[in-house]
Design a protein around this ligand. Structure first.
Ligand SMILES: C[S@@+](CC[C@H](N)C(=O)[O-])C[C@H]1O[C@@H](n2cnc3c(N)ncnc32)[C@H](O)[C@@H]1O
Length: 348
């Protein structure tokens, strides 16, 4: 059985559903949800993420975490949190690189916030040989009250969004309904003028409060807008191809652009400092991506050289991921100098 008849039945019984509810069913239905039954990464999957493209990404973020720990005053215990850890590659790369910071590893417990049982298993295998205490969480609600460093790469783009359309009667929420032929369709018709992701803002508020209470910092990396934007950004990706959003429920990954301005504002309202957003390419180069790439090239075979170079270029080039992807940090208000950023930003 697939998700299509389940969604049709749901609408028949309860009426049309919001785009957010549709997205949530597609991604997180306990049996047929996209993330519940499929490892979506890599050449045989549907998409590739930065840590899967190049080790440079995770290594530099690991150094960022180690530096953040020093700025925090080198607390004796740290919860290193990753939200939506995928295959565990980012965490593994961060830990390998951050070994060079004396004392940092001795402080760590690892906390992985993951809803997919399948990906949890992959993460457990990947991190199995690393002798840190490890804990998996269903949500950010159960994170421990410890000084905390949080990493989230391509997490927020997977959260359900609401879409709104301008009509003669004013702005109306877009829904998914069922026609007489049993097919799902968007209603009302018209162009999407606004999107919102209340779940992202709720999570950001919780994380901000957690960091203020316990001391710490967070780094969010995702694709999206620096300033609130209009238009339809919901997209479906299956085997590295774009599909119509309603065509393959549960089969394709569904994501939407992240509204960094709203996230920054929500964090600031809680009283935490915000750095960025900065374009991923600029951020990684400020952290030394090019130098790391050159180092890797020195010890590489001819075949490896091509992979290292093209991986670096995909991460930083503006026409690849370098511009579309952005980096935002939540930091204590008194931090002035944070690697990768210029200064704290006030988001009006
Ligand atoms: C696009 S993947 C990114 C994976 C990884 N960060 C990387 O860069 O390769 C999204 C991740 O978020 C997880 N995820 C999606 N929705 C979630 C939720 N509501 N709570 C926790 N994890 C979630 C997915 O299972 C997956 O691990």
């Amino acid at each position: 059985m697939s998700l299509q008849p389940i969604i049709a039945e749901h609408i028949r019984a309860k009426g049309k559903i919001s785009v957010a509810e549709y997205m949530s069913l597609c991604l997180a239905h306990p049996e047929f949800g996209y993330y519940m039954r499929k490892d979506p990464f890599g050449a045989n999957g549907d998409f590739t993420t930065a840590p899967e493209i190049s080790q440079i990404f995770g290594e530099l973020l690991g150094l960022w975490c180690a530096h953040a720990w020093a700025l925090m005053g080198r607390p004796k215990r740290i919860a290193l949190v990753e939200i939506g850890p995928g295959r565990g590659t980012l965490m593994a790369d961060m830990l390998r690189a951050s070994r060079i910071q004396p004392g940092f590893h001795e402080t760590l417990t690892l906390h992985l916030v993951e809803t997919s049982p399948l990906l949890r298993e992959t993460q457990e295998k990947k991190l199995h040989d690393l002798k840190f205490p490890k804990f998996w969480h269903e949500s950010v609600d159960s994170l421990p009250d410890l000084p905390t460093i949080i990493m989230a790469n391509e997490f927020f783009d997977a959260l359900p969004i609401h879409q709104f359309i301008k009509t003669k009667e004013g702005e109306v929420e877009r829904h998914v309904a069922l026609n007489d032929a049993g097919e799902i369709y968007f209603t009302p018709a018209g162009d999407v003028v606004r999107e919102s992701c209340p779940l992202a803002l709720e999570i950001v508020r919780k994380l901000s409060a957690h960091l203020i209470k316990n001391n710490g910092a967070a780094l969010f990396i995702d694709y999206g807008y620096s300033k609130g934007s209009t238009g339809d950004t919901l997209q479906a990706l299956l085997a590295h191809q774009f599909y119509e959003v309603l065509a393959t429920p549960g089969e394709a990954d569904l994501t939407a652009h992240v509204d960094f301005q709203s996230i920054a504002q929500a964090a600031q309202k809680q009283g935490i400092g915000v750095m960025g957003p900065v374009a991923q390419g600029i951020f990684l180069d400020r952290l030394g991506a090019e130098i790391r790439m050159q180092q890797l090239l020195q010890n590489a075979s001819e075949g490896q050289r091509e992979t290292i170079l093209s991986g670096y270029q995909r991460l930083v080039m503006p026409d690849a991921m370098g511009h579309l992807f952005k980096v935002l940090a939540l930091v204590p208000k008194h931090w002035q100098q944070v690697p990768g950023f210029q200064s704290q930003v006030v988001h009006p």
